[in-house]
Design a binder for this molecule. Structure first.
Ligand SMILES: [Zn+2]
Length: 438
């Protein structure tokens, strides 16, 4: 059987394997740096397929992880994982401490290195509870209150494992190295930077990631082989610290952290636009104060900035930090500014986009390529940090979209998708890897 016929036959056989994985992850959604059960499951599968498996602190550089939940939340989640049941043998001590994410390496002799990225984290939202929602109706809705796979990263992880299985079975046909990166903490742009900081993208000649996307979007095919323009972004937690005092008795002794934060909130939205492209700023939350008659001694603000390019984002980010420091000084307060997430500007390489489009047309003629092969992205994506590292050292990178009918929009409580996309996604990744490494 020729290699493409083999790939198609295997992907069809693995549809139920990938569906089972997807549903298992969907049922137990884990948010950034808590993907413990998810990581243990992926580590087990990759080990059994014969991959070299990297886990724990070797995946994400300690200190480069952003937006890490506090220790008590991590402990609480671990207890939930152990109570629910998991691949305990593969749940390493590092994973138990929140060092999640898994990398699988398949060495197939001399040749190029192809790295593929699959994100694995869920969102903090409550899944729709009644039978109009298929995951509820068919018994695989989230069992964790307030958490849900509503962006399709359960699909991405399942596609990654399906891809892993197909490629491991075709090792003889490959010349080079396949590196499968199962990334934690994509939501909030928290995880990619720590993987890049650990050096995992330094040797990638070709790098491909993808996201499932709705068929009713601008993309008119099954596959859009390239995207560009996701916004660079920086997320901050800003804490203003003042001094409490009796509001009636000795107001002059207080330092009002609430006013510092409120003043910062207004001034942040007054940061100038940038002549070279779009920018954004949002003060998303502001919590301050303890009582009506107390000068507020603490205020916590969650903000984010975005820019069309990394440079524009840096301009807004630097201005935002200056505004927060200035507002704190004005009220005699202290301020601490913590970076909670970061993504960069992003573009896909023309040569790789064309190559994947050609591969799909030639090897997967049952799938269509979108008429716009390099489409604009919305929002922000920290895959940009990985792509930029690969491109910096001369490698080629692309971020694709694979289309599927969806019930409910992404990041909403009724989100679901046609699981046929699992097979489709694995086919595109495998055909691309075969083309580069055959
Ligand atoms: Zn997503």
């Amino acid at each position: 059987m020729d290699r493409i016929a083999h790939l198609l036959a295997r992907s069809a056989e693995l549809q139920s394997y990938m569906t089972d994985i997807r549903r298992s992850l969907h049922r137990f959604p884990e948010t950034g740096w808590l993907e413990m059960r998810t990581s243990a499951l992926i580590a087990k599968e990759l080990t059994q397929m014969g991959y070299e498996v990297i886990t724990g602190r070797a995946v994400c550089l300690d200190g480069a992880r952003m937006g890490v939940p506090d220790e008590s939340e991590t402990k609480r989640h671990l207890e939930r994982v152990l109570a629910h049941g998991c691949e305990a043998e593969y749940l390493t001590q590092d994973m138990r401490e929140g060092f999640t994410g898994v990398i699988g390496v398949l060495r197939c002799g001399e040749g190029k290195t192809v790295a593929l990225r699959f994100d694995i984290d869920a969102l903090g939202m409550q899944e729709w509870p009644d039978d109009t929602h298929r995951p509820t109706r068919e018994g695989f809705a989230s069992v964790i209150p307030g958490k849900m796979h509503a962006c399709g990263h359960d699909a991405h992880a399942a596609i990654g494992l399906g891809t892993a299985k197909i490629l491991a079975g075709m090792k003889e046909a490959l010349h080079g190295t396949v590196k499968l990166i199962f990334q934690p903490g994509e939501e909030g742009a928290r995880g990619a930077k720590a993987i890049v900081a650990a050096g995992h993208l330094d040797d990638a000649d070709v790098f491909i990631g993808s996201h499932v996307a709705p068929t009713d979007s601008l993309d008119d095919g099954d596959v859009t082989p390239g995207t560009y323009g996701s916004l660079a972004t920086t997320k901050y937690d800003v804490k203003f610290t003042g001094l409490a005092a009796h509001a009636g008795g000795y107001p002059e002794r207080g330092r009002n952290a609430l006013l510092a934060a409120a003043s910062a909130a207004l001034s942040l939205h007054a940061i100038p636009r940038h002549s070279e492209g779009q920018s954004r700023i949002n003060v998303g939350t502001l919590h301050a104060g303890t009582g009506r008659n107390v000068i507020p001694d603490e205020a916590l603000m969650q903000i984010e900035v975005r820019g069309e390019t990394t440079e524009i984002n840096s301009f807004v980010a630097a201005s935002a930090e200056a505004v927060c420091r200035g507002a704190a000084a004005m009220y005699g307060c202290g301020v601490s500014i913590t970076k909670m997430g970061e993504a960069e500007g992003q573009h896909s390489d023309e040569a790789l986009i064309t190559r994947i489009a050609d591969v799909v047309r030639r090897d997967l003629p049952h799938l269509s390529v979108s008429s716009i092969e390099n489409a604009k992205n919305w929002g922000s994506e920290d895959i940009s940090v990985m792509m930029n590292r690969v491109q910096e050292h001369g490698g080629l990178a692309t971020y694709m979209r694979v289309m599927t009918p969806m019930a409910g929009a992404q990041h909403t409580v009724k989100f679901d998708f046609d699981e046929d996309v699992l097979k489709k996604g694995a086919q595109v990744f495998c055909a691309a890897v075969l083309d580069v490494l055959a």
